[in-house]
Design a binder for this molecule. Structure first.
Ligand SMILES: Nc1ncnc2c1ncn2[C@@H]1O[C@H](COP(=O)(O)OP(=O)(O)OP(=O)(O)O)[C@@H](O)[C@H]1O
Length: 266
C-alpha cells in the first residue's frame, strides 16, 4: 500500500510485522483477535480504532508478549518474537513499551515519582546506551524526564496520589520513554482524562514521537483522537481489521460501512 503521508518522504523501514495473529479465550470459544495482519513502519503513528470489546487491548497485549498468541507471527525488526522465552525477550521488552489507560494502576502508590521514574532504567542500565537522555545522576536523569513530559521538578518527591490524573499519565509516559524504546503502544492513553488534559497529552505524545524518534501504535475508541494522532488508521470490529487507510482518506467514499458508521459519530 503506498503511503507517502506516513513517512514524510523518509524510507519506510518496517518495525513491526504482524502476520495472521489469532488469539482466543475460554478454550477456543471466544475469538478476540482473528487472523490479523498489518505492518507498522519506523517513525509512524499507526492508529487502531474500534468499539469497546472489539479486541484492541488483546491485540496490544499479544504484540508485547504480555499474552501468548494461538497462531501467527509477530516480527520486531525482522525477528520473530512469538516463541521467545522470557530471557530472550528481555531486550525486546526494552524496545517495546506500553502506556495504559489508567495511570493510577500503572504506578506503584508506595513509590515517590522519582523512584518510579528510574525503575525501568535500573532494569536495563547495564545494556542500555541512551541517545537522547543521559544518566549522570539519578536527580539529573529524573529532571530530564520531567522536563521532557513538561512536568515541574517538584513532582519528583511526590507520591502518585498527590498529583493529578493528567500529571500521573505524563509520569507513565516519562517512564516509557526513559529507556528510549523504539515502539510505544498507547492503549487509550487519554481515556481517563478530562478533555483539556486529553488534548495536552496528545500534543505532548506527538512532540515526543518527533524528538525521540519513536513509533506508536495508538489505540482508541475515539476516532477523532486517532485521526489527530495517526498517519495511517486501521479499523477493528469483532476481532477483525475491516478497514485500513491513510489519514487523509478517512472521508473517502471507499471507506468500509463500519468506518462510515464511526465517522457519523465523529
Ligand atoms: N482474559 C480474558 N478472558 C476471557 N475473555 C477475554 C479476556 N480478555 C479479553 N476477553 C474478551 O475478548 C474480547 C476483546 O476484549 P478487549 O479487551 O481486547 O477489547 P477492547 O477493544 O480492548 O475493549 P475496551 O476498549 O473496552 O478495552 C472481549 O469480548 C473480551 O470480553
Amino acid at each position: 500500500m503506498p503511503c507517502s503521508v506516513c513517512t514524510g518522504g523518509r524510507s519506510r523501514l518496517k518495525l513491526l510485522t504482524v502476520s495472521h495473529v489469532t488469539k482466543s479465550y475460554q478454550g477456543k470459544e471466544k475469538l478476540a483477535v482473528n487472523n490479523l495482519s498489518f505492518e507498522l513502519f519506523r517513525g509512524e503513528c499507526l492508529g487502531l480504532v474500534g468499539e469497546s470489546g472489539c479486541g484492541k487491548s488483546t491485540l496490544a497485549r499479544c504484540l508485547l508478549r504480555i499474552e501468548s498468541i494461538d497462531e501467527g507471527s509477530i516480527q520486531f525488526n525482522n525477528t520473530a518474537i512469538e516463541h521467545l522465552n522470557e530471557r530472550q525477550l528481555h531486550p525486546y521488552r526494552q524496545k517495546m513499551q506500553i502506556v495504559f489507560q489508567n495511570p493510577s494502576a500503572a504506578l506503584n502508590p508506595k513509590l515517590r515519582i522519582k523512584d518510579s521514574l528510574v525503575d525501568p532504567y535500573d532494569v536495563y542500565r547495564k545494556k542500555l546506551k541512551l541517545r537522547h537522555f543521559s544518566y549522570t545522576s539519578k536527580e539529573a536523569f529524573v529532571k530530564q524526564l520531567l522536563e521532557a513530559v513538561e512536568l515541574p521538578e517538584n513532582i519528583a518527591n511526590k507520591y502518585p496520589h498527590e498529583i493529578s490524573g493528567g500529571q500521573r499519565q505524563r509520569v507513565t509516559i516519562a517512564r516509557a520513554i526513559s529507556i528510549e524504546p523504539e515502539l510505544i503502544v498507547l492503549d487509550e492513553p487519554t481515556a481517563s482524562l478530562d478533555v483539556i488534559s486529553q488534548g495536552a497529552v496528545l500534543d505532548l505524545l506527538t512532540k515526543l514521537r518527533n524528538t525521540l524518534d519513536l513509533s506508536y501504535l495508538f489505540i482508541s475508541h475515539d476516532l477523532a483522537a486517532v485521526h489527530q494522532m495517526s498517519q495511517r488508521i486501521m479499523v477493528m470490529k469483532d476481532g477483525n481489521i475491516v478497514d485500513q487507510f491513510n489519514r487523509d482518506q478517512l472521508f473517502s467514499d471507499h471507506r468500509h460501512p463500519y468506518t462510515k458508521e464511526l465517522i457519523s459519530i465523529f
